[in-house]
Design a protein around this ligand. Sequence first.
Ligand SMILES: C[S@@+](CC[C@H](N)C(=O)[O-])C[C@H]1O[C@@H](n2cnc3c(N)ncnc32)[C@H](O)[C@@H]1O
Length: 258
Amino acid sequence: MKRLLGEELKSYFKDPHGVPSWWRPEEGRYHFWHRQEFKILDAHLKREGGLALDAACGQGRFARYYARNGYVVKAFDINHRMLLTAAQRAAAEGVRHRIEFIEGDLERAPWRAEQFDLVSCMHALDHVTDVESAIGNLTAPLKKRGMLVVSFTPTACVYAWLRNLYTVLDRRRDGNVDVAQPFAFDRLMEVLARHQIAIRHVCGIGLTSSPQERIRFPVFVRRLFELMARLDLTVKPYHRDTWLAQHCSVVMIIGERA
Ligand SMILES: C[S@@+](CC[C@H](N)C(=O)[O-])C[C@H]1O[C@@H](n2cnc3c(N)ncnc32)[C@H](O)[C@@H]1O
């Protein structure tokens, strides 16, 4: 399986038939999984409102959540079609007037320093080539004591191991490309610390697997992973601030600009 990087990776994400065909966290089969992220935000979001930036917003589910919770939001994504869907959904929910949708790139930095009270980047750091510059671009526009919300997949989790095995075994299929990379937990913490982010909470979702529409396993394998994920979340909706939290399929960091 070919791993995409740099401009090739960006072209993949700009394609209107690429990511919009497999990233369906709100209406897809794995809605149950993606709901967990809002349980974490319900517990930790600062409610005083202000100006929020949702980077790589996709269909805008977090931008809309922040707008519903009192924030005025700027939301950007590299994929035009995702932004159109995001704007339609915001209008349907009556929060369109609180969100500005912009076409933009996480690895370029048009944002003025220290202007946002909240910056979030969910399920997208895994898709950039230069994570250090992406984190610099997310943290520089954050005000002091502003809240940072980011997610990633750590290298030391069952899902990352399965995923790596899949990329090795899947060499046969032409046209199937690898567009995501897990990160070592400690490395990401170091990068965040270098950018003056104090970690408030580490929340982890799912110890066993992370259901993915993009990954083309045989149907019975996908259903097995889905069953594992459902059992996992039934036992524990999410882990917080423990060793287990750092070893889940999706790790969500709640930080604050020092
Ligand atoms: C897996 S989706 C996550 C979307 C949204 N944050 C969510 O959690 O629902 C990843 C998103 O990142 C966007 N993306 C990928 N690379 C990007 C880049 N360099 N700059 C901005 N957006 C990017 C994709 O277009 C896609 O909408």
